[in-house]
Design a protein around this ligand. Structure first.
Ligand code: AMP
Ligand code: ZN
Length: 460
């Protein structure tokens, strides 16, 4: 039985998809005007684990993640660079794809773009105007009429009056109500624009996700997700528009990932306290970064620091040390470890507990290794299988352990080890010892096994 915390009801609920064994999930995608930062990566890695786990549990998952390819920030960046907005969009879409793929994030089944969905958005806006859920303001822009929406505030758990008191009232505001939000805005000179019944313009941000998700997944679907910052106003507005336009319930389960924080503050472009995925991939192995992003519970805040990344590296080193030098074997069919792993992940994707199970497994492998290598090998196969569910531990253990730093020269190390073995064969202990010391200076630790010397990088 799988339970998922639903932000809408603020409870863990038994998950029952609308259609048996099928899951339809929409995750709000990136706005492509710059490189993605590791805060963005946190949210997408969280959903990557959700989707991988659901598939592993036998669900047929349709995963949609859009690309916001028109927006104020994109236009601003294009103007600064004196280039067309599509050039900015293409460049960063490609960069984000590369970064996501390096982190092992699955490609979505559909990756719609906002500009590819203008006709759908126009149809939805027309419906909203016809039913008085939207209006054309005196400046020609189209707004959603929040006062007309009975459930407004149900996701962010605030009532309309409370939200109202916090809303920013702008001078010369053309809105009927400060909470009303724009569905279509008329283009200013020089801005990208599309034709509409209300004049040349472009869509607001919220309407794009309603149009894309309902088109690709149906008016009513299972899961909608994003980072916590999207609860209000983005997701609240999506519910309001979609339900008003379709007359149906929009989404059953709302899932939100916690913030990645730096010095206790949310990492964000606007605060300027951000590190891009690329910054970190230049210093760390992709698997280390992925591990760091997924080991905490997806709803908890995740602190970034170099020390914590180093801890992730150490943890993976422990796992790969357990996996090295094991004979081929099949994972046991029925294992307490696997049961506990499933129990943890079934409980709202409780990764910290699932990882604790994997650590126990690694410990048990090391304990058994000397006594019963076959039993250890079976558990090794299980560790690799369960790691595979989370898309970690699939590398060759030797390769992982030998590449402690990204610029380590494996060939040089192998040559030194060979020279040391030759020295030992000649019984030239002084030379052998000298070589061991110079390897130690490179943080390379040797382990002389039966007939073979293995090595790893240990910076601790
Ligand atoms: P954006 O490109 O700004 O629309 O953000 C893309 C996704 O990243 C959204 O789901 C955000 O909620 C999420 N996000 C942005 N900053 C953070 C952060 N510091 N921690 C976790 N998720 C974040
Ligand atoms: Zn969205």
């Amino acid at each position: 039985m799988l339970t998922i915390y639903n932000s809408l009801t603020q409870k863990k609920e038994t998950f029952t998809p609308l259609e048996k064994n099928k899951v339809k999930i929409y995750v709000c995608g990136p706005t492509v005007y710059d490189f993605a930062h590791i805060g963005n990566a946190r949210t997408y890695a969280a959903f990557d684990v959700v989707i991988r786990y659901l598939r592993w549990r036998g669900f047929d998952v349709t995963y949609v993640r859009n690309i916001t390819d028109i927006d104020d920030k994109i236009i601003k960046r294009a103007n600064e660079n004196k280039e067309d907005f599509t050039a900015v969009v293409n460049r960063f879409t490609q960069a984000i794809h590369e970064d996501f793929s390096a982190l092992g994030l699955l490609e979505p089944n559909h990756e719609p773009t906002a500009t590819g969905y203008i006709p759908n958005m126009l149809r939805m806006i027309e419906k909203l105007i016809a039913s008085d859920h939207a209006y054309v303001a005196s400046n020609g822009d189209v707004y959603y009429n929040v006062r007309h929406c009975k459930h407004y505030g149900e996701l962010s758990h605030r009532d309309i009056e409370q939200l109202e008191s916090g809303a920013r009232v702008e001078i010369n505001d053309v809105k009927r109500d400060p909470l009303d939000f724009v569905l279509w805005k008329l283009a200013k000179p020089g801005e990208p624009h599309w034709s509409s019944p209300w004049g040349e313009g472009r869509p607001g941000w919220h309407i794009e996700c309603s149009a894309m998700s309902t088109d690709l997944l149906g008016d009513h679907f299972d899961i909608h997700g994003g980072g916590k910052d999207l609860i209000f106003p983005h997701h609240e507005n999506e519910i309001a528009q979609s339900e008003a336009a379709t007359g149906k319930k929009f989404v059953n389960t709302w899932m939100h990932a916690g913030y990645l924080q730096m010095d206790k503050e949310k990492m964000s472009k606007s605060l300027g306290n951000f590190l891009t995925i690329r910054d970190l991939l230049a210093k760390h192995k992709p698997e280390v970064l992925r591990f760091f992003l997924i080991t905490k519970h997806y709803r908890s805040p995740l602190q970034y620091s170099e020390e914590i990344i180093q801890q992730s590296e150490n943890a993976l080193t422990r796992f790969y040390t357990a996996l090295r030098d094991l004979p081929k074997a099949d994972a046991p069919n029925d294992s307490e470890f696997e049961k506990k792993f499933i129990e943890a992940m079934d409980d709202d994707f409780n990764a910290p507990i699932a990882f604790a199970v994997l650590f126990d497994l690694a410990h048990e492998i090391q304990r058994l290794r000397e006594k019963d290598i076959q039993a250890a090998a079976k558990l090794g196969a299980l560790l690799k299988k369960l790691g595979g569910v989370l898309a970690i531990l699939q590398d060759d253990p030797e390769k992982f352990l030998q590449s402690g730093t990204l610029d380590i020269d494996a060939k040089k190390i192998e040559a030194l080890i060979q020279a040391r073995n030759d020295a030992r064969a000649r019984k030239d202990w002084a030379e052998a010892d000298k070589i061991r010391k110079s390897l130690a200076e490179m943080s390379v630790v040797l382990e002389d096994g039966s007939g073979k010397t293995t090595w790893k990088v240990d910076k601790s």
